[in-house]
Design a protein around this ligand. Structure first.
Ligand code: CA
Length: 158
């Protein structure tokens, strides 16, 4: 599972990165909005953690531009601002959830897990035909609930 953290405060960014890596996630960090947009566009992530107050381009703009490029990666906004307006515009611009700073790391982790789970069920819509069931994300196939072992080539043919 790969997470992009867009956060200009180096201390906060490395605290989050370290904590997530301890949980087994692989983490990239972008330190401003432009870099966040570039990385979020060129790499595939399972989740983006987006600070809203960023140099060059703010978090909301980055989210809007990502959504404009049809990038559907779940986004969790991190913001020091806890005004209702900011939260509403964050959600309106295409983010999936938000967390106000300061936050408890356990809560961040719980939200990260929930968003990744939601994202992978949406992307991993299974395909069924008669008694065959195929999971295009996991590359697994079942017949009548019994998993079938296929080589890569057999799977591709199927
Ligand atoms: Ca910031």
């Amino acid at each position: 599972m790969k997470i992009l953290v867009v956060e200009d405060e180096k201390k906060v960014a490395s605290f989050i990165k370290r904590g997530l890596e301890e949980e087994g996630y692989s983490v990239d960090v972008a330190y401003d909005g432009d870099e966040g947009l570039r990385m979020g566009t060129s790499e595939e992530y399972d989740l983006i953690l987006m600070d809203l107050m960023l140099p060059h381009k703010d978090g909301l703009e980055v989210i809007q531009e990502l959504r404009g490029k049809d990038i559907r990666t779940p986004v969790l906004c991190l913001t020091a601002k806890d005004k209702v307006d900011d939260i509403v515009s964050g959600l309106d611009s295409g983010s999936d959830d938000y967390l106000t700073k300061p936050f408890a790391f356990a809560e961040l982790l719980a939200r990260v897990r929930a968003l990744i789970r939601r994202g992978s069920t949406e992307r991993g819509a299974e395909i069924t035909f008669a008694d065959l069931r195929l999971d295009p994300v996991a590359h697994k196939v079942w017949r009548s609930d019994k998993e079938i072992d296929l080589t890569t080539k057999e799977y591709a043919l199927l």
